[in-house]
Design a protein around this ligand. Structure first.
Ligand SMILES: Cc1cc2nc3c(=O)[nH]c(=O)nc-3n(C[C@H](O)[C@H](O)[C@H](O)COP(=O)(O)OP(=O)(O)OC[C@H]3O[C@@H](n4cnc5c(N)ncnc54)[C@H](O)[C@@H]3O)c2cc1C
Length: 539
């Protein structure tokens, strides 16, 4: 029998908030210090071995579609493992699906962002219905009678997995159906029809090519009504207490996000109610899109944090060539580079979340421009961070039990859904063109605090943003990447220790950069950066 040696202890029994200096500081800085105790409690729960295990279990037992009962009656239900329900129970109990709307207060969106950032580190699939429910509220409010009926349920904190009319439940979750087979980015191509039923409601006929979390209680759906593309709320049960005519054709066989179900559906005269103005479906549902895009940035930042925490934790225990891996200079460089990416993503995400708590003109401009920019760049970086973190664990990183394969498979979806990379970059250009004050807002946001590197970088960027390049679609990714890098540098210069800001500026604003991590130039304090990123488990 061989002796087990030189293996790290599992990363568990830790508080995901207080073991994460960057997150904790951001929570305080961005206006949610009041939530620290409850976030710490959530972080400590999620970090327990039994809750970490729930994430593994929910992914090992993916949901199953039950189309019919044994007699041949339609069911169109999806069965989830109890681990999925347990995780959703934790998320709702913490209010991650609606707390900023149920209890509005300064810092509410930041506090909720910190909670979902921690949740996604333990299990990402449940984040999908949580994000959609959170995002649905501003859209639902565009129809006061609908809001009056549904918001009390959406604000409920007692998760209710029963498949029954929502009005009989303790709480409700909301999904969305926009993407059709023939086009998801260009929603004007939607062909699903909405026919007036004569009583003020509509009947939907058509399909959706992607409709995730199909056991949600209702869905915001786009369909062509007599006045054009409109937004509807389509419940799973009709007001008469019948199953609505929503047929689930099949569940997608996905790369990752295995615990969650994503379905292809058909509507055969499904009951639905108009939300917002008829014919203005895209502007109505896009309200929701801003919040779900923010959630993509939060989700990818959280996944990067977990990948980096796992990598640093491993390297602090594993010895190779007579030294801890963390002390091998080249490994220190790799870990520090990963930690910088993660810290910059977290800082920007939490700053952006604060813009959702504030309502001045500058915050509106930041929400409009920085949300798609952050979604683009942060979600693009996440798979690379996961990949490199996996390698830090060597062969064990490639093994499912290490969690890194799950994180790696999870990361691309945040980039694809709710507007893929190119669509996000084009959206940034559009927003820049439409908002005359955005240049001033960004200039203020990019305050260089006397740092010459940011001053030069931001100066060039602002010139490009106000010049012809802003209309050059082919260069949109370059421009948006640089905007994000400048914003991240500015945040780190203002709020992070100098060794972090220096290394970020030296590697991201100057220098060669490149296609891998571990390329930090000489002179950066890589050891200090890694020490800051370590998940200190004795919190
Ligand atoms: C796991 C998962 C869950 C999902 N869940 C849902 C859901 O619940 N509800 C829902 O409605 N949808 C959902 N989606 C669908 C998702 O939002 C769409 O796949 C996405 O918006 C892209 O649409 P599409 O697949 O039709 O690709 P297309 O629109 O065909 O785009 C393909 C590519 O072309 C690029 N592109 C498009 N236009 C341009 C342009 N003008 N210039 C340059 N490039 C361009 C896009 O960026 C993209 O990379 C889900 C997707 C996934 C993977």
């Amino acid at each position: 029998m061989f002796e087990v040696q030189n293996q790290p202890p599992p990363l568990e029994s830790y508080d995901l908030l207080h073991s994460d200096t960057v997150l904790r500081d951001a929570v305080r800085r961005e206006g949610a210090a009041w939530a620290e105790a409850s976030l710490g409690a959530l972080g400590a729960t999620l970090g327990k071995a039994e809750f970490i295990a729930l994430g593994f279990t929910a992914n090992r037992h993916p949901p199953e579609l039950k189309s019919f009962d044994r007699f041949g009656h339609r069911l169109d239900e999806v069965e989830f493992h109890p681990a999925w329900h347990a995780l959703l129970g934790i998320a709702l109990d913490a209010g991650l699906h609606s707390s900023p709307w149920a209890k509005p207060q300064p810092g509410a969106h930041v506090a909720r962002a910190a909670g979902t950032y921690m949740l996604t580190q333990i299990e990402s699939g449940v984040y999908c219905p949580i994000a959609m429910t959170y995002g649905s509220v501003p859209t639902l409010r565009q129809s006061p009678p609908i809001a009056e009926a549904w918001l009390p349920l959406i604000f409920g904190r007692r998760y209710d997995p029963r498949f029954m009319p929502a009005r009989e439940k303790y709480s409700a979750l909301i999904g969305m159906g926009m993407t059709e087979n023939q086009g998801g980015s260009d929603l004007r191509t939607n062909v699903t029809r909405a026919e007036p039923a004569g009583d003020g409601t509509f009947r939907l006929h058509g399909h959706k090519w992607f409709m995730s979390a199909p056991m949600c209680d209702a869905f915001l759906v786009l369909a062509q009504s007599p006045k054009g593309l409109s937004c509807f709320l389509m419940p799973r049960w009709t007001p008469d207490g019948e199953r609505n005519a929503v047929h689930i054709n099949r569940l997608k066989d996905k790369l990752g996000n295995k615990s969650n179900a994503s379905s292809e559906v058909e509507f055969h005269g499904a009951h639905a109610e108009l939300v917002g103005e008829e014919g203005r479906g895209i502007p109505t549902i896009i309200e929701m899109g801003n919040y779900t895009r923010l959630d993509c940035a939060i989700g990818s930042s959280g996944l990067m944090r977990q990948a980096v925490a796992q990598a640093v934790h491993h390297a602090r225990h594993r010895v190779a060539f007579q030294k801890k891996l963390v002390d091998q200079p080249l490994m220190t460089n790799v870990l520090a580079d990963l930690a910088l990416e993660s810290e910059a993503a977290t800082a920007l995400t939490m700053r952006l979340a604060r813009a959702y708590d504030e309502h001045d003109e500058a915050s509106v401009a930041i929400r409009r421009v920085v949300t798609p920019a952050a979604k683009f760049w942060i979600c693009k970086r996440a798979p690379f961070v996961a990949l490199e973190a996996m390698e830090v664990l060597g062969g064990s990183g490639y093994i499912e039990e290490s969690v890194l394969p799950r994180i790696y498979r999870e990361t691309p979806v945040n980039s694809i859904w709710e507007g893929s990379g190119n669509v996000m970059c084009l959206d940034v250009l559009r927003a820049m063109a439409r908002m005359p004050n955005v240049g001033d807002v960004l200039s203020r946001e990019l305050n260089d605090a006397g740092d010459a590197r940011l001053k030069a970088f931001a100066g060039r960027l602002m010139a490009r943003l106000s010049g012809a390049e802003r209309n050059d679609e082919a260069q949109a990714r370059v421009l948006v990447r640089d905007l994000v890098l400048a914003l991240q540098a500015s945040l780190l210069i203002k709020h992070a220790p100098a060794f972090v800001a220096d290394a970020f500026c030296a590697s991201r604003l100057e220098g060669e950069g490149g296609g891998a991590f571990g390329l930090l130039p000489r002179g950066v304090d890589a050891r200090a950066i890694v020490e800051r990123a370590a998940p200190h488990t004795a919190a």
